[in-house]
Design a protein around this ligand. Structure first.
Ligand code: AMP
Length: 220
């Protein structure tokens, strides 16, 4: 059966992709699937998969397809994806996009819309330097533009806030930007060719970006 809401978010790290995916997930009551969060959790728990992917994340490189596919398909197979899902961080290559299409086609489903949040590079570097994330619920804060009420503590669940080590490492960030442009530009074109791509300007307030997304998805 087709999924009522099958969305993918694209955006260079720091564009607000995770924040917007969380907002849409809360609004529609469908899960946000972030491969980055799944991988970081596997590393924190030092599972077999976590140990195998750790060095790739530390270097800011993409995890090879043969390691990422099992991680993604295991999460995708969970029953909460039946009503719909929001993908954040997957697919990142055309090979992954084709794999996803096959997975969906097997369920007579397809992507409803792919949403690309655009952001200039200098705005992005500034945002990453100020990004704080909750260890418990993954809520995202910005020290300058959307700080938590109490420093270091999550407004939503009181969890501890941390900064990603790869957000503080300029060389790793540049590697992520380079890999975003070489690979993800191609994936974005893949969805443009399918006629499901929408683009939104990311250099606006969180609320303004979210309104633009809802308008593009016809959800207002
Ligand atoms: P993110 O949280 O989306 O920025 O992802 C953090 C890191 O996880 C990336 O830099 C990659 O090393 C890895 N990663 C996440 N999603 C994927 C994917 N779909 N394919 C390959 N590597 C991924």
């Amino acid at each position: 059966m087709p999924h009522a809401h099958a969305y993918i978010f694209f955006g260079i790290q720091g564009a607000g992709k995770g924040t917007q995916a969380q907002l849409l997930s809360n609004k529609l009551g469908i899960p946000q699937i972030s491969t980055g969060d799944i991988l970081r959790d596997a590393i924190a728990r030092q599972t077999d998969a976590g140990k195998r992917v750790q060095s790739f994340l530390e270097r800011g490189e993409l995890v090879p397809d043969d390691l990422i596919f099992p991680v993604f398909t295991a999460r995708f197979a969970e029953p909460d994806t039946q009503a719909g899902f929001i993908l954040d961080g997957f697919p990142r290559t055309v090979v992954q996009a084709e794999g996803l299409d096959k997975l969906l086609a097997a369920q007579d489903s397809q992507i409803t819309k792919a949403i690309h949040i655009r952001l200039e590079e200098d705005v992005l570097l500034d945002r990453l330097a100020h990004r704080w994330i909750c260890r418990s619920c993954n809520a995202i804060y910005n020290q300058l533009t959307s700080p938590p009420r109490e420093p270091g503590k999550c407004d939503a669940c009181s969890g501890e806030l941390y900064q990603r080590t790869d957000d503080q490492d300029v060389a790793a960030i540049k590697e992520r930007i380079a890999s975003f442009h070489t690979l993800t530009d191609e994936v974005i074109r893949y969805y443009a060719d399918q006629g499901v791509l929408v683009e939104v300007e990311g250099n606006q307030s969180i609320e303004a970006v979210f309104s633009a997304i809802l308008a593009e998805l016809g959800l207002v």
